[in-house]
Design a protein around this ligand. Structure first.
Ligand code: IMP
Ligand code: MG
Length: 193
């Protein structure tokens, strides 16, 4: 079957489809348990997908939650290493009027320098959207890559920590390619030269 073949450009598989499924199931249980007060009426939880890389992860995560959730989408452009001198920008914003009464869970694909997610959780959401609470979940994390000052920053929920390797698949891209792979892998060096 085509879906089970490893793409020719991938040199190493870090997480197979089965391994990712187990990770997402575990995250789903933790989140459902922590947000067990959510009823979708009095207490609303909105999952905010950071496009585009998190779209596969969020789709899978939401199916693993036992609490009612609503979803929304945001797009953020980060200029690597410039924050706090120059900030990331929201290129697709949330346009709804119920955020102040909602709990927000930001869904990210991967944390690298920490620039994007730190800005969203500690600055953008508190200042612009002012939700009842804001937390974050990331599928992957590269803790060794943090910017100075963000060494201790992490998501509230982390799927797996990885070494400093550039990874693709399961939503993650290199030049917009490889997002549809079911697994997470490392492209061959000649591919990302
Ligand atoms: P940060 O602001 O440096 O933490 O960057 C996070 C964003 O960079 C992620 O949301 C991804 O879009 C992208 N990114 C970081 N590392 C990788 C990777 O290994 N593969 C693909 N995208 C990555
Ligand atoms: Mg991203």
């Amino acid at each position: 079957m085509a879906g089970h073949r490893v793409h020719d450009d991938i040199g190493e598989i870090l997480f197979s489809e089965e391994e990712i499924r187990a990770i997402v199931a575990r995250l789903g249980q933790e989140i459902s348990s922590d947000y067990s007060y959510i009823d979708g009426v009095e207490h609303k939880l909105i999952l905010v997908c950071i496009l585009k890389g998190s779209v596969v992860f969020m789709g899978e995560l939401m199916k693993n939650l036992t609490i009612p959730v609503e979803i929304d989408f945001m797009r953020v452009s980060s200029y690597k290493g410039t924050y706090p001198d120059g900030e990331p920008t929201e290129t697709l914003t949330l346009e709804r009027d119920d955020i102040r009464n909602s709990d927000i869970l930001i869904v990210e694909d991967i944390i690298d320098t920490g620039n994007t997610l730190n800005w969203l959780v500690n600055k953008r959401f508190p200042e612009k959207y002012q939700p009842r609470s804001v937390k974050s979940v990331t599928l992957l994390d590269k803790p060794s890559r943090r910017l100075p000052g963000l060494e201790n920053f992490k998501a509230d929920y982390t799927g797996a920590k990885i070494e400093d390797k550039f990874v693709v698949g399961y939503g993650l891209d290199y030049n917009q390619k490889y997002r549809a792979l079911g697994y997470v892998g490392v492209p061959k060096p000649e591919v990302i030269a």
